[in-house]
Structures are given as C-alpha cells and as structure tokens.
Ligand binder design. Structure first.
Ligand SMILES: Cc1cc2nc3c(=O)[nH]c(=O)nc-3n(C[C@H](O)[C@H](O)[C@H](O)COP(=O)(O)OP(=O)(O)OC[C@H]3O[C@@H](n4cnc5c(N)ncnc54)[C@H](O)[C@@H]3O)c2cc1C
Length: 352
C-alpha cells in the first residue's frame, strides 16, 4: 500500500514482511540536497553510527560537513515535511531496532576557533556576538576541550572524557567531574527548521539548563543547534593538561570499555543510580546480548550483538526492581530514538 502522508509530498510505503512504514522523499528533495553538496542514502543502519552499536535503519541518512549544509538540509527536510533527527556522536541514545523514520542528519560539522569567521557561516551577519571559543555543533567535545587546554583556556577540562559532539552536549547539558556545559556556555546558535525565521542566538541563560537536560531536550520541538560559544578563563596549559589527564585516568579505571551509551539513568536526588542497581543484585545481569556492566552498574553494555529490545528489557527490569526495593523511580538519561511501535518503550520517549 502506498499513501500520501498528510498534505506533504512525502510518500510512505508499507514494506513486507515486517510492515515497517518507510518514509521516502521525492526527487526534488534529492536534487536540492545534491545542490548543497550532500548525498542522501536510504536505509542506513544506525548501528554503524551509535556508540551502543545498536539501531535499525534510517529511512534517509545524510552527513553534513558545514554549518550551512546543516541549516539548509534541516530547512529542506521541513519544506518536504520529512521527520528530522539530528545525530551527533550517537553516544547518548538508544535507536530502536525498527530504525528511525524520515531523515537522519549526521552532524559532521568541524569548524571551530576564536573568531566568528572561523565558523564559515553562510550568513555571518546573523552571529553578532563572539565568545572566547566558538565551535560548530558537530565538533567533538573532547577534542575541543583538548584544544582549549593547549591554547591555555581553562574551563573545559572536565569534558576530555565525554564522548559526542558540542551539539549533543548542549542539548543534554553534558557534564563530568563537577563541571558541565551550563557553566561554560555563553550562547548557542539555534535554527528552528520550518519556522520561517533565520537561526537565532540563544543565551545560555535562556536554555534553562538542569541536571543533564535543557529546554531544547525537554521540548523536543525540532530545534537544531548549529554552533556554540564558550566563555572560558586563562590558565596554565601544563596544569590544565595534568588536571584533564587525571580525569581521564579516573574514567579508565571505573568505566567499561564495551560499547555503551554511558550512564543509562540519571542519578536520583541524593543517591547514585549505580549503587541502587548494584544493591538490587543486577550488576552483571544479562538479557540477550545486553548486560548490566559488571564494572559500573549504571552502564548497560553491548556484549554480543545486543538489540535495542534487549537493552529496553534490562532497563525495565532495573526500574521494576529498584522501585520495588527502594521506592525510587529511576529515570533514563539516554534518549530513545526512532520507531518503537513494535515494542512500546518506557513511557517517556524523549527523556526529561
Ligand atoms: C562511554 C561513555 C561515557 C559517557 N560519559 C558521559 C559523562 O561523563 N557525562 C555526560 O554528560 N554524558 C556522558 N555520556 C553520554 C554522552 O556522551 C553525552 O550525553 C553527549 O553529550 C551526547 O552527545 P552526542 O553528540 O553523542 O549526542 P547524540 O547521542 O548523537 O544525541 C543526543 C540527543 O541530542 C540530539 N542532538 C544531537 N546533536 C544535536 C544538534 N546539533 N541539534 C539538535 N539536537 C541534537 C539528538 O537528536 C538526540 O536527541 C557518555 C557516553 C558514553 C558512551
């Protein structure tokens, strides 16, 4: 069966045998993407692009290298009413086995520096405010932190051990070792595809950061972080590097090395999720190819071609046991991406 999706020119096809409803785009979309220098692929397995090494196919998948490509491709998706997902490092998500409908943009924008010009924006006049350090949203946060340390900028040392991109870190207010994005961010440059307006500068104070969250994460309204500006202070590169190396060493000693998405649950107020999971006897518990890490109980690791369903079953088991024993409702820190119609996940699809 083929049918029109709303009033748009997006077509959906029921595909047998699994009845996955694939969203495809008309030739005009592919042509416009080509004109931006972007190649759109169909049915790209997301397991290749997530740190969990889990995830079914994206209907449409395209990698972008510049902020202009990111902004314009997102706008193009909106113009064609394509559901849009931005993928950073894929380090804080569980992508469903059924995959993700619509377009997934892999954010591989890599420009950064100390001047607005370093970002190579299509329209630099839109970004009127500088910062000590500016980065495109696809820049690896840990790499940026290392660079700032070498340049004698203090503030991002905590970030050397955090995987993923600047954009993903802004969305989730990433943090470690007592630091977080909220403390260092001056502003984010944010697009609202389909809203009919140019990207806007949003001051950090307007992003309503809370523990591992921001207004952009809570409202899942389709905003795209294009770039970020950081306020840092001056420091001694040797001392900063020693501090960062200490953080990394602590990480290596305490965290598993198998594929994962980092901490699965937020720490509940006044407690530590890993302690609770260990206390209910689930450290090392395995379902299918997924296991509660024997090294760190708040990590679920992919030890043998785990599926998203395996991980979800472990998440459910942990939540039930911890609630039964301690009356504490653990809330996932990771985000659930994609089509979960075959297996409705934990009620809150987009985290908090
Ligand atoms: C081994 C390991 C250790 C970790 N340790 C930490 C830690 O110490 N502290 C911590 O905070 N986190 C940690 N994490 C989790 C993860 O690294 C962070 O949450 C990271 O900031 C996610 O960034 P990402 O680019 O991978 O985002 P993704 O996982 O790709 O995306 C996360 C969400 O943000 C959205 N998104 C991403 N980029 C954009 C954008 N430009 N615009 C709009 N939406 C966007 C995605 O659609 C998705 O909803 C760890 C993960 C692993 C695997």
């Amino acid at each position: 069966m083929t049918r029109r999706h709303g009033d748009s020119d997006v077509w959906q096809f029921d595909t047998s045998p699994c009845h996955r409803v694939v969203i495809s785009a008309p030739p005009a979309f592919y042509e416009a993407a080509e004109a931006l220098g972007v190649t759109v692929a169909a049915d790209e397995p997301l397991a290749r692009h997530t740190t969990f090494h889990i995830g079914g196919p994206a209907d449409l998948y395209a990698a972008v290298n510049t902020i202009a490509q990111l902004e314009r491709l997102a706008e193009l998706a909106a113009a064609h009413a394509l559901p849009l997902t931005i993928l950073g490092g894929g380090s804080n998500i569980l992508a469903s086995d059924g995959g993700v409908r619509g377009l997934v943009i892999a954010n591989q924008t890599r420009d950064f520096g100390v001047r607005v010009a370093d970002l190579r924006l299509a329209d630099p006049a839109l970004l009127t405010v500088g910062a000590d350090v500016l980065a495109a949203s696809g820049v690896a946060l840990a790499g940026l932190a290392r660079w700032t340390i070498k340049q004698g900028w203090a503030g991002l040392e905590w970030a050397v051990s955090v995987p993923g991109t600047v954009g993903g870190a802004v969305i989730g207010n990433a943090g470690a070792h007592g630091g977080d994005i909220a403390r260092n961010l001056a502003w984010a440059f944010v697009a609202d595809p389909g809203a009919g307006r140019a990207p806007r500068l949003r001051a950090a104070a307007d992003l309503e950061f809370t523990y591992r969250s921001s207004i952009l994460k809570r409202r899942s309204g389709g905003a795209v972080v294009l770039a970020a500006g950081f306020t840092l202070s001056r420091g001694d590169p040797v001392e900063l590097a020693a501090c960062a190396d200490g953080f990394l060493a602590r990480r290596r000693a305490s965290q598993p090395t198998e594929p994962s998405a980092g901490s699965i649950f937020r720490n509940p107020p006044g407690d530590v999720a890993g302690r609770l999971i260990e206390a209910v006897g689930l450290k090392g518990q395995r379902i299918g190819g997924a296991q509660v890490s024997p090294r760190h109980a708040n990590f679920i690791v992919n030890v043998a071609q785990a599926t998203a369903a395996d991980v979800l079953a472990l998440i459910d088991l942990i939540r039930q046991r911890v609630f039964a024993q301690f009356g504490v409702e653990l809330i996932p820190e990771i985000l659930f991406l994609g089509d979960w119609s075959a297996q409705p996940p934990y009620g809150m699809l987009h985290g908090v």
